[in-house]
Write a protein that binds this ligand. Structure first.
Ligand code: CUA
Length: 156
């Protein structure tokens, strides 16, 4: 079959553009792994209680005005539920799930994370104002989803 030269050039340009486009999309998808970017550490959801740092949940001081907040989500609660955090401290939140996908949203802040089993989801935050902060699950996780919440207290 004979093809005009110009037709051939356009075909090459067309296919070339498509390849470049798909490559960009492909690389983009792979770079993010199709998961929240914080999900880089993996663990066995069956062994959360014995896997550091989740074997010692709660607030842990790790430096001058710097803390690690280790939380565990499971249907339908967050653990531990009596956390007190000094205001202004840098808090590295690390959370995982023992069962299904949950969400962790701290009302009145921009903290909004996905909590996926098998992953350590992390985020750093500093509470500027003292008071009680409501933590909600914002991913539908079952019949108790609506009731899945806890509060943390930020102290002066
Ligand atoms: Cu946990 Cu919704």
């Amino acid at each position: 079959m004979h093809m005009h030269k110009l037709e051939k050039i356009w075909l090459i340009i067309g296919v070339g553009t498509l390849v470049v486009f798909l490559t960009i999309i492909g690389v983009g998808a792979f770079a993010h792994g199709n998961e929240p970017p914080s999900d880089l550490t993996i663990l066995d959801p069956q062994k959360v209680d014995e896997t550091p740092p989740f074997n010692e949940p709660g607030l842990k001081k790790i430096g001058e005005n710097e803390y690690e907040l280790i939380l565990i989500a499971q249907a339908f609660s967050f653990f531990p539920n009596d956390v007190k955090i000094p205001k202004g401290a840098t808090v590295h939140i690390k959370v995982t799930s023992k069962d299904v996908v949950h969400g962790l949203q701290i009302v009145g802040t921009n903290v909004n994370m996905m909590v996926t089993p098998g992953h350590v989801n992390s985020l750093t935050y500093s509470f500027k104002e003292p008071g009680n902060y409501l933590i909600l699950c914002n991913e539908y996780c079952g019949v108790g989803h609506q009731a899945m919440s806890t509060t943390i207290e930020v102290t002066e």
